[in-house]
Design a protein around this ligand. Sequence first.
Ligand SMILES: Nc1ncnc2c1ncn2[C@@H]1O[C@H](COP(=O)(O)OP(=O)(O)OP(=O)(O)O)[C@@H](O)[C@H]1O
Length: 313
Amino acid sequence: MPAIEVEHLHKRYGDKVAVDDVSFTVEQGEIFGVLGPNGAGKTTTVECVQGLRRADRGVVRVLGLDPVRDRAEVRQRVGAQLQESQLPDKLRVREALDLYRSFYRNRADIDELLTDLGLAGQRDTAFHKLSGGQKQRLSVALALVGRPEIAILDELTTGLDPQGRRDTWDLVESIRDRGVTVVLVTHFMEEAERLCDRLAIIDSGRVVAIDSPSGLLSRVGTEHRVHFRPLDPLDDALLAALPEVTDVRRVGDEVTVSGPEQVLQTVLSALAERKVRYAALRVEQPTLDDAFVSLTGRATRTATPPTTDERSS
Ligand SMILES: Nc1ncnc2c1ncn2[C@@H]1O[C@H](COP(=O)(O)OP(=O)(O)OP(=O)(O)O)[C@@H](O)[C@H]1O
């Protein structure tokens, strides 16, 4: 039985269509990404999966259950880390976990959870004294305290610094390694590429593709681009005549040569043979970002979001 099945889901808020015919299946034990720009309908979709919102049309099954009709059972078996989770300021980490743990019949060992999430030193710290990354990790701990079979993690790394983001990625992998199915809602390509076994790209309430990261990449081709600045005279026609080279362009003093993966070796050999020195060599390969742009016709936000420190400087 799949962990989650969503068929022809529709959801509107008044006149606004938030989810417009979304279908996907999440298999047990995988990390499944729901990827898309702001306002694409990702949160609405996972809220319908959790039974927090009732779909206007379509079918949602979670572990074979109806998340609205069987809400109590779904809550026991699905852990959710919601966006911007807030707790009372004075509540201590340990107290929050004790409280949430009491809601579940399968209860995780809190000390173990605190250690796994790197919060052992904060067990007596009040919520408002935690750093952004610690709050984030506490919200993940709260999602796991009922030993869920599925964990839904929404915008997990937004606002974290690069190190915090990498730590969180390790954490997500360790959750999956415990046998928990993970649904990861994100608008960061790098995160999806690194973590997800498969992902659904959602845009304007519709699924535009479902595939593995490498499957999505292969849809945009495998062309590599070699950029460099020649320091000696170089005839572009020479490069264009090389086997494998599909395109040569020059913008200012930078030359860009396109071709399959081996094109780098071809270009380097040609430059060495003709004793052409070069600088600023770099190779670009297709990314999930390119796949997103080619599937949706528009760019997404891929830049690392500013950390608190970067914002204030
Ligand atoms: N409660 C609501 N009432 C009215 N409109 C809403 C409501 N919640 C979401 N929307 C609208 O529905 C659309 C989808 O929103 P949703 O939050 O599901 O998208 P999202 O992909 O999760 O976006 P984000 O990445 O910004 O969280 C957006 O246009 C949003 O403005």
